[in-house]
Design a protein around this ligand. Sequence first.
Ligand SMILES: CC(C)(COP(=O)(O)OP(=O)(O)OC[C@H]1O[C@@H](n2cnc3c(N)ncnc32)[C@H](O)[C@@H]1OP(=O)(O)O)[C@@H](O)C(=O)NCCC(=O)NCCS
Length: 377
Amino acid sequence: MYWGTRADDLIVKAMIGLLERNPNLPKERVDDVAIAATTQEGDQGLTLGRTAAILAGLPMSVPGYAIDRMCAGAMTAVATTAGGIAFGAYDVAIAGGVEHMGRHPMGGNADPNPRFLAEKLVSGDALNMGMTAERLHDRFPALTKERADRFGMRSQQKVAAAYAAGHIQPDLVPVALRSEQGYGLATMDEGMRPETTMEGLAGLKTPFRPHGRVTAGNASPLTDGATVSLLASADAAKELGLGVKMRLVSFAFAGVEPEVMGIGPIPSTEKALKKAGLSIDDIGLFELNEAFAVQVLSLLDHFGIDDDDPRVNPWGGAIAIGHPLASSGVRLMIQLARQFEQHPEVQYGLTAMCVGLGQGGSMIWENPHYRGGRKGK
Ligand SMILES: CC(C)(COP(=O)(O)OP(=O)(O)OC[C@H]1O[C@@H](n2cnc3c(N)ncnc32)[C@H](O)[C@@H]1OP(=O)(O)O)[C@@H](O)C(=O)NCCC(=O)NCCS
């Protein structure tokens, strides 16, 4: 539906939506705007944070910049601006991301240095995310295709249930669009398949390897989208009367072998937990990016969490809703924030995601609505 819509217009719409929903915020109080995109060229180029800030109507005095850590772009925009707030350089910042995977296919015009392959720094298939997911199935035989398919089917069912209950819609920003059918309005995600069955999934092609295990049914689809968030110091939030949805406790990024990039969130989560002085049992809600089912399952197995644990992606995830690379991190946070509102018995939540070329990113959040009771497990 966004084929005729520019990528920068998607992030600008999201930013206008954010400003409209925070009318108390004097626009000139925004100290910086960090916007991520993986492919930073064409309508995703030209230092997006700055261009989007101008187009969204922020005063010329508000600076902005672009960020890239592939799938964890928006998460890195949040981490970086939150770091600036913690340092005292900023009071208020805007952070988000956009990816129009239709206009900017993954890898696009990238020109990887030939040394990567010549010096065997990484194997050729480390650059193909689907192949890295196949390697996870190889490495962990307990991660069967059946488990991955079931996780994919559950994701579809959970997103459908969340939409039916009206949980997703309040955070969406409608986008006017133009297509071959004429003008229209995008008001919900596209491509969801609530009717998915295990039988249907079993018969799908395995595009990354003959007789492989990764399919369109247990992988995130190629999607266009944008997300944005407002960050403030506790003092500024109080002064400006901004509603507090989450408090950032800690964050961490970590590197792993690029050939198995999907396990990246395991060491980044361990690092973030250690920084926070918490254990995995303290986490009451998980928003894990479903780049591939097998990759989420590897984290769950590592931490001894059931595939069906109700704390994990209660409203489904990227397999159903899509994964527009550099924008997905903030979508995880938006959903966690809404779930915090509904679960005052939960004190801490985790957002985590894997990143191409072998990385993981994790952020631990505290629920401002916490009223005591169950902490995590
Ligand atoms: C997996 C991938 C290659 C599939 O692409 P695709 O073939 O264009 O996907 P499609 O939507 O056409 O689906 C393929 C087929 O599966 C079917 N299908 C998809 N999901 C299904 C579901 N849940 N149930 C039943 N059938 C399904 C489609 O109907 C289609 O069937 P057809 O071939 O008969 O038309 C692509 O989505 C991809 O590359 N995903 C990973 C993206 C990625 O790497 N992101 C970065 C992560 S780090």
